[in-house]
Ligand binder design. Structure first.
Ligand code: SAM
Ligand code: SF4
Length: 339
């Protein structure tokens, strides 16, 4: 798995003239937590043969880089549950500064403490860590596993390794909503950014999505009673919109898929651990990259599949929270595409 630069090939541009430069790659569907908004307690995971191998993940990433993708985020499931995760990060990290501008990671942090140094050395400079609460009892209720301490150790280790840590917090009605100011103040107090995420109706979970859903516009209005929030131009290349909190000095992001449309500037596609490309987080449009990779002519077939993805990428997502008792509009869980 060398590091030579690629010859120029046609960039990935969809029918709406959006250039795709960002790949979110799920490397595993398994997870050691069971966040109540993400997956059910009795989630069925895939047999290993279905999941892309290290070599396949690397070839696929190279195929994307050849078409102009400059940023790759590794995600899951829980990416650090893959034994060869550091090896993959090292292989991809060799392309930083030539074919790749940035390699990042989204993790729940439970296994980060032991890998942070290696990941930083591989070239990961920024990491998103999910943290919905600082309260141990609430953590157990939300993640259905007792792991807050490991996550906090993971955060500390990532910072000690020199990585910029951004926290991701899903805002949940009647659950962590009252704790959000404390979480934001805690993150900012340590120099970390934090982004609040509206719960998305992806896949069936035990809870009713209506009971979980908290409008971030309402939450923001509440925060404005307490703090001075000044909108910022800063964009991270993602869908978040940012404000600066005058009182804490920190940056706070909002991701509002349901109450604010963020599709105009979409620059990304998502690939699952089985190599299924989803052209939109909120849509069903999909292309099978694994079939291309496992064909007799992987490079040509992968290119064709990527062209097809550009043809089917929808203009906007179709999220909606359905009525109580109805099946979710999208059957797949967030753990398939990694957020
Ligand atoms: N396991 C890793 C983690 O938790 O960071 C990576 C994968 S996880 C699916 C990526 C992000 O998606 C996390 O920040 C998680 O909180 C968020 N997420 C999961 N299910 C969601 C849902 N239904 N709505 C909104 N965000 C969700
Ligand atoms: Fe696992 Fe991340 Fe989903 Fe939580 S949000 S269950 S940590 S994949």
């Amino acid at each position: 798995m060398g590091s030579s630069s690629l010859p120029a090939a046609a960039p990935l541009v969809d029918r709406f003239a959006r250039r795709i430069t960002y790949l979110r790659l799920s490397v595993i569907d398994r997870c050691d937590l069971r966040c109540t908004y993400c997956m059910p307690e009795r989630q069925t995971f895939l047999p290993k043969s279905e999941v892309l191998s290290l070599e396949e993940l690397y070839s696929l990433s190279r195929g994307f880089m050849a078409r102009g993708v400059r940023k790759i985020r590794l995600t899951g499931g829980e990416p650090l549950m893959r034994r060869d995760m550091v090896e993959l990060a090292r292989a991809l990290g060799r392309h930083l500064g030539s074919d790749l501008d940035e390699l990042t990671l989204t993790t729940n942090g439970t296994h980060l403490a032991s890998h942070a140094d290696d990941l930083a050395q591989a070239g990961i400079r920024r990491v998103n860590i999910s943290l919905d609460t600082l309260d141990p009892a609430r953590f157990v209720r939300l993640a259905r596993r007792d792991a807050l301490e490991q996550v906090l150790e993971g955060i500390a280790a990532a910072r000690a390794a020199g990585m910029a840590v951004k926290l991701n917090t899903v805002a949940l009605k009647g659950e962590n909503e009252g704790e959000i100011p404390e979480l934001v103040a805690w993150a900012h107090g340590q120099g970390m950014e934090i982004t609040l995420i509206e719960v998305m109706p992806l896949g069936a979970v035990e809870a009713d999505r209506h009971d979980q859903f908290l409008r971030l516009s309402d939450l923001r209005a509440g925060l404005e009673q307490r703090w001075t929030l000044t909108p910022e131009q800063h964009r991270s290349g993602g869908p978040a919109r940012y404000v600066r909190v005058a009182e804490t000095g920190g940056r706070l992001g909002f991701i509002t898929p349901l109450t604010g449309n963020f599709c105009d500037g979409c620059n990304r596609v998502r690939v699952t651990a089985t190599g299924q490309l989803f052209a939109c987080l909120g849509g069903a449009e999909q292309v099978d990259l694994r079939a291309a990779l496992r064909s007799g002519n992987p490079e040509v077939m992968l290119d064709k599949a990527l062209d097809e993805a550009m043809r089917i990428k929808p203009e906007k997502h179709h999220f909606a929270i359905r009525g109580a008792g109805e099946a979710p509009a999208l059957a797949r869980h967030m753990s398939m595409t990694g957020g």
